[in-house]
Ligand binder design. Sequence first.
Ligand code: PLP
Length: 412
Amino acid sequence: MENTQKTFRSNSLTSQEFIELEEKWCAHNYRPIPVVLTEGKGVWVWDVEGKKYLDMMSAYSAVSHGHCNPKLLSALTEQANRLSMCSRAYYTDVLPLFLQKLCFLTNMDCALPMNTGAEAVETTIKAVRRWGYFVKKIPENKAEIIVMARNFHGRTTGIISFSSDTDYKHGFGPFLPGFKEIPFGDTKALEAAITPHTCAVLTEPVQGEAGVIVPPKGWLTEVSNICKKHNVLLIVDEVQSGFGRTGKMFACQHENVQPDGMILGKALGGGFFPVSALVGKDHLMRVFTPGSHGSTFGGNPLGAAVALRALELTEEEKLPERSAELGDYLMFQLKAIQSPCIQDVRGQGLWIGLDIKKEYASARLVCEKLKENGVLSKETHETVVRLAPPLVISREELDWGIGQIRKTIENL
Ligand SMILES: *Cc1c(COP(=O)(O)O)cnc(C)c1O
């Protein structure tokens, strides 16, 4: 049957009308904050009625470089005008430069480019299992990966198989075997969980989706030592924490830990393009052979050009240093808010979770009120409001946001 619905491309509709259209035509796998965005620049975004908001969510760190960053936009358009897509059936003059830069930055030997974070995690599961069989000589199909309770690594069927969140799993079984869950931050549990069949430990350095949970100091170092002792690979998922979010280029650098593999995504695409990668040491990465893994779009020239420029900008504009300095400032200012509604303020760099006491308000309600006051955030679970602005934010812009947050909390 012919679709008789009119399609709209301009701002001829109101926010409410766009929301109704999206609710009708888009699967309900998200529950968005009711705001309809049409433009972004730096740390600011505008809705279709022209109201301006400070983005304190940055698309879960994908927009760390700021919205429509002009330098990244020119890298994108330049490459788009030259060669945008060609599969890995051929070499290009941009992919190796991007991956070389990525390996220098992470102190790794080799990278496998993919598109989304979840794909890079899936890539990792394949890599560490193969390493387990080929190098560690684990008997076939016995490899185990140790993961953390309340982890978040993406939404594919493989990944949700080891999620501890029942919402992520409900109705999607049967699940992939071969994972063992231990509490986050507990080294004793880790020692106890390792068997001769353990090939890897997979962890976030800071648990983002769980509510910006920072592990005890020294924990990751201890994990790294335990892994070495038992010939187990350490894989750190830095998809959200990477590229300055926590105040270091990578969160594992807070502990000077060098993992065997690192999973990257989100900010790697500069807010323009999905670019992800598994980067690792040779002993892990050489398990890949032609045909053992692939992706039509992974490593495409357009994504590679933007990602290369995004890496350069992260260094040139000192985004990790900015994040450390402004993150400390934000933390100090939030802790200074005297309100009985606040249970806890925690985080690292410009990545802060504001835990709201249930009896006062849900995190969702706080996010909706923040939106009314011109600040965009998004709740995670029932109680946590996450604050993670683009790392290019200025002190003045941050001050404005802090003022609005204070006002919102004080009026709950
Ligand atoms: C977002 C995220 C992923 C998944 O990335 P997608 O691009 O959404 O597939 C994986 N790991 C962590 C830690 C993340 O925050």
